[in-house]
Design a protein. Structure first.
Length: 369
């Protein structure tokens, strides 16, 4: 397998976690005989400093010419005063739109080894394994008109939540297809008692669901979903949401996994897939070697699965993450109560890479017998 990957380290802890994800991907390529090339480009605040733009033309061109994009994180307090169109986050939205990945997949797993890292009771979260499918290119984040205006003594800001039926249909199909290979249940999240967009959402999702009779479908209001996610997360299999709701609920779901640093994401369905951890740039710990790279490494596993079609290698990365956690190794955000070894960002990445190599050796030895 030959794969060209554009790496966008971004801001804050982004360079630290992407470095470990690339380390693991290089290990996979070496031990399984693949050829992965990495093209690192400026993006976000780092690109603003060097070019004045959060998404330079050369960076976008490189992304569109690659097989996949591996992204760290964007944003820093120094850019908070910039106009919306030139902030680091604007570059991220433009990149998503250009690459076209309309379905954002966010797995949430409670590992047995780290169940004590969550503030929730272990008996509530143990065994949780759910997938959030978030629509990524519509809703409030992209709807027009939008703006910030001043008239006399008053300022007014406005955003538009807008969805077309075809936008809902295509992401709903992704959710039902995913559920077909899991526990065959889709929970569609909306606010249909208040919002017209949610009424359309519910209508279209219901229609799509008729084509998947083996998959159970339930509709839940977003506020109720937020509560049940904390009370009984095991009731969910695939959560289907619009853009804003998915952004909020997936961050909430990080409590189940023990930390935002544990969550990965894949933006698929378009011209080029984008892979990134769910967490932000965390400027307060940037450069200290304290951040958790497992979300970024898990994103690399998703890249192997969805873009490269390398299911065995993806599973080996995920198995390696579990084995390292079961060995008691933790970054500070998931230290738990006792019996753990606190390691830094680079050591955690090295441990996972070594575990991947070890699994590959076992596979090779087995096939040689």
């Amino acid at each position: 397998m030959r794969l060209k990957i554009t790496v966008l380290p971004g801001d804050g802890v982004g360079p630290e976690v992407t470095r470990e994800a690339v380390r693991v991907l290089r290990t996979v390529a070496e031990v399984y005989g693949h050829e992965f090339s990495f093209d690192e480009r400026a993006f976000g605040g780092a690109a603003i400093r060097s070019t004045g733009s959060p998404l330079p033309a050369a960076t976008l061109d490189a992304c569109l010419a690659s097989d996949a994009v591996l992204l760290g994180a964007v944003g820093a307090p120094e850019f908070d005063g910039l106009a919306g169109a030139v902030r680091p986050e604007a570059g991220l939205l433009t990149l998503r739109s250009a690459c076209g990945g309309f379905a954002n997949l966010r797995p949430v797993v409670c590992h047995d080894a780290t169940s004590d890292s969550s503030p929730l009771r272990e008996e509530v979260i143990a065994g949780t394994d759910l997938l959030i499918v978030r629509e990524l290119l519509g809703g409030l984040y992209f709807g027009e008109p939008r703006g910030l205006e001043t008239e006399g003594a008053y300022r007014e800001a406005f955003n538009t939540m807008r969805y077309r039926s075809d936008e809902v249909e295509r992401v709903a199909r992704v959710a039902f297809e995913a559920a077909s290979g899991r526990r065959q249940k889709v929970t569609s999240v909306d606010k249909a008692n208040v919002l017209e967009t949610s009424r359309l959402w519910r209508e279209v999702v219901t229609q799509v669901g008729k084509g998947y009779p083996q998959v159970a479908l339930e509709h839940v209001y977003v506020d109720s979903c937020a509560m049940h996610l904390m009370q009984e997360p095991r009731r969910f299999d695939v959560l289907l949401t619009e853009n804003l709701f998915g952004d909020i609920l997936s961050d909430e779901a990080a409590v189940i996994a023990g930390s935002l640093g544990m969550l990965a994401s894949a933006s698929v369905g378009g011209r080029v897939d984008i892979y990134e951890p769910v967490h932000g740039s965390a400027p307060d710990i940037a450069g200290a070697g304290l951040c958790n790279p497992l979300g970024a490494i898990s994103s690399a596993a998703l890249l192997l699965r969805h873009t490269a079609g390398l299911e065995r290698e993806a599973q080996d990365v995920e198995t390696s993450i579990r084995s390292v956690l079961e060995g008691g190794y933790r970054t500070p955000d998931i230290k738990g109560r006792d019996g753990s070894y606190i390691v830094g960002t680079d050591e955690m990445g090295t441990l996972v890479a070594e575990a991947v190599a070890g699994l590959a050796d076992i596979r090779h030895a087995y096939h040689a017998v």
